[in-house]
Design a protein around this ligand. Structure first.
Ligand code: MG
Length: 328
């Protein structure tokens, strides 16, 4: 009996969280593993193994708790017992896959040894399968392997959404985020603004100083734009020398003020390029979501219309779209 007690209450390492201690800080440098098993002995044992291998662990005692903790903590990997009361492991796995296009990997833990059960697990979306009883070294090695694969995938996902030159979101990602932001604004009746900024006379920079200098200007402009936007703003390179910002929870007045800040952050200080000081300015168009039936395209089209006005009225200025004077 003494031996069982020792297994049941292993010395938990720092970094092992349980549902009862959700306030323990998770170190972002350490991968976070969500462990779901209705068996307390397995939870304690596997939790201790992962803790001493450098992982942070959150433990859930059933499927429902696993789903709640996954939503709250966004773990890097899930170790899920197949047989649990209520929501079982298969269902946890499917819900996790459905919740995100880039869901964290799931490894099943189970007592089932037959092929049908393993196939069912892999079909539910799991990347791997461990049959109880398992050994520490193998479990940790499989966790490591799954996290390696995830890191490669995450890198691809990030590269697919980021503009290579400026590090801002690319056009494809902007379009997707724009659709999502509009849907959210519509559903909750919230304000949303779109800002389009186009660098003035950019072609002449390329012509006079070469494309490498043009690239340097785009990078510096992107850095300045990012530096004066909020964390919640969606900022990207819309194309060429044009940048887009989507400002959630921002009305026309606040968006126009933000746009003026953007204009000044570019024109306020000359850009330095290999010893040359260059005055760079931008024209800015702003459109605020205040027309109830405005669709994504027309929000961006309205900002584009305002940008066209800013260019026509002499550049290096901000224009706010007005439905009354310039219908799209
Ligand atoms: Mg079980």
């Amino acid at each position: 009996m003494r031996g069982i007690e020792e297994t049941a209450v292993p010395p938990f390492k720092r970094g092992v969280l349980t549902a009862d201690t959700p306030s323990v800080a998770h170190d972002d440098q350490r991968p976070l593993v969500l462990l779901a098993d209705d068996d307390g002995v397995t939870r304690a044992m596997v939790g201790a193994w992962l803790g001493r291998s450098g992982y942070d662990v959150i433990a859930a005692k059933d499927g429902q708790e696993a789903l709640e903790l996954a939503k709250a903590h966004e773990p890097d990997l899930l170790l899920v017992d197949v047989t649990m009361p209520g929501v079982d492991g298969y269902e946890v796995c499917r819900s996790i896959q459905d919740a995100s296009a880039v869901a964290p990997p799931v490894i099943f833990l189970t007592a089932h040894t037959n092929t049908t059960a393993r196939v069912a697990g892999l079909d539910a979306g799991a990347v791997d399968y461990m049959v109880k009883p398992f050994e520490e070294a193998e479990l940790v090695a499989r966790v490591r392997a799954a996290l390696r694969t995830k890191a490669v995938r995450d890198d691809f996902v990030e590269k697919a959404s980021v503009d290579g030159l400026t590090g801002l979101l690319n056009r494809r990602e902007l379009d997707a985020r724009c659709d999502a932001a509009v849907a959210l604004a519509l559903r909750h009746g919230r304000t949303l603004s779109c800002v389009l900024l186009d660098l003035d006379h950019f072609k002449s920079i390329n012509d006079r100083f070469g494309h490498a200098a043009g690239d340097a200007v785009l990078r510096e402009a992107a850095r300045r734009i990012r530096s004066c936007s909020r964390a919640s703003d969606i900022v990207g390179r819309y194309g060429g020398e044009e940048f887009m910002l989507l400002l959630p929870e921002t009305d026309a007045t606040a968006a126009a003020a933000a746009a003026e800040k953007l204009r000044l952050v570019l024109s306020g200080t000359p850009f330095e390029l290999a010893g040359i000081e260059l005055d760079v300015t931008g024209s800015v168009g702003v459109a605020a979501w205040d027309e109830p039936m405005m669709a994504t395209e027309s929000l961006v089209a309205a900002a584009d219309e305002a940008l066209y006005q800013a260019k026509a009225l002499g550049r290096n200025r901000v224009e706010l779209y007005s439905a009354r004077t310039s219908p799209v």
